[in-house]
Design a protein around this ligand. Structure first.
Ligand code: PRT
Ligand code: ZN
Length: 285
């Protein structure tokens, strides 16, 4: 039987999360992470460990069928492949930043200026769209120190919490792109590999859904049931069961992480009691 070959980052910010996601999806890896290529005993998959920058090229060439990479790297490399799933982790943004004491009124600020970056392709495209002529200075690491040592007037780099910018006396002035980890796929996979991929994606979606959702149980006074049910969407609709104590019901449902606190607040307002929130192991969607 054919195997689907997946490229993941060898060591770095995406590695552990990629391995965990595969593990949760039932892809256990038999030989250690040190090898370039690891096999899975539980699923027709083999894992290729690479630098993240190389993943788009390997997927375009079909040396790997799919890969997990930051959307920022995929966009920068401009390789022929498709995003087949967004994974929602390793979120960050690619932003322009300048020394904080300078006055910024718009992207024209950069006209005739020098910008240091590891993402020249994305930056050039953005500046062209805005009609700004700036000199792009490509450097591969520690971009944030460039203005301080007089190498550039501003930078274009990955920002997550923003603390690296602050500690270098910089301020973020324009967000050019938002990024998260994505699965990219080769365009010419045969039918057999596509079927393995679909099976894997089904599993990955179930894992993502379970981490983004919580199971909720609560007790509701019957005269408030309609109000309470109206604020909890659930997968189809909530389960309602009578409690031994007449006048009360037990309500079970699923809540997404993003709606969570808002919904809990309303539930309390409507008189829900004994609210229990339980993590979901897997959620089949
Ligand atoms: O060795 P290899 O080439 O494989 O790895 P790498 O060093 O190129 O990449 P790595 O492991 O640092 O990052 C992999 C991917 O993680 C990136 O391509 C992004 O998609 C994503 N990611 C998410 C980040 C960050 N958050 C992040 N904060 N990548 C880098 N950073 C760096 C950023 O460069 C800056 O120096 O962290 C600093 C900013 O962080 P804050 O929190 O201070 O703003
Ligand atoms: Zn890299």
């Amino acid at each position: 039987m054919k195997k689907l070959r997946i490229a993941i980052q060898k060591s770095g910010r995406l590695s552990e999360k990629s391995i965990n996601l595969l593990k949760e999806a039932g892809v256990s890896l038999t030989n250690g992470e040190r090898k370039l290529l690891a096999q899975s005993g539980s699923f027709p998959i083999e894992v290729l460990y690479l630098r993240d920058d190389d993943i788009p090229q390997y997927v375009e060439d079909g040396v790997a069928d799919i890969g997990i990479v930051g959307e920022n790297v995929f966009a920068e490399k401009g390789k022929e492949a498709d995003i087949v799933e967004r994974l929602g982790f390793s979120r960050c943004r690619l932003s322009l930043a300048i020394p904080k004491q300078l006055n910024y009124e718009g992207v024209e600020f950069f006209e005739g200026k020098k910008i240091a970056t590891s993402y020249p392709v994305i930056l050039e495209k953005f500046l062209n769209e805005k009609g700004v002529n700036a000199e792009i200075h490509e450097i591969s690491g520690s971009v944030e120190i460039a203005p301080g040592i007089g190498l550039a007037d501003g930078i274009f780099d990955i920002v997550s919490s923003g603390s690296t910018l602050i500690s270098n006396g910089l301020t973020e002035v324009d967000v050019v792109m938002k990024s998260e980890a994505v699965v990219i796929g080769n365009r010419d996979m045969d039918q057999e590999k596509r079927e393995i991929l679909n099976d894997l994606l089904f599993r990955i979606r179930s894992v993502l859904a379970s981490t983004n959702n919580k199971y909720i149980l609560l007790n509701a006074p019957n005269d408030k049931l309609d109000d309470i049910i109206s604020v909890i969407p659930g997968m189809k609709s909530p389960t309602v069961m009578p409690l031994a104590d007449s006048g009360w019901s037990s309500v079970h449902s699923v809540l997404s992480e993003s709606q969570f606190w808002q919904v809990i607040g309303k539930l309390k307002e409507f008189g829900a009691q004994g609210i229990l929130v339980i993590p979901i192991e897997k959620m089949i969607i």
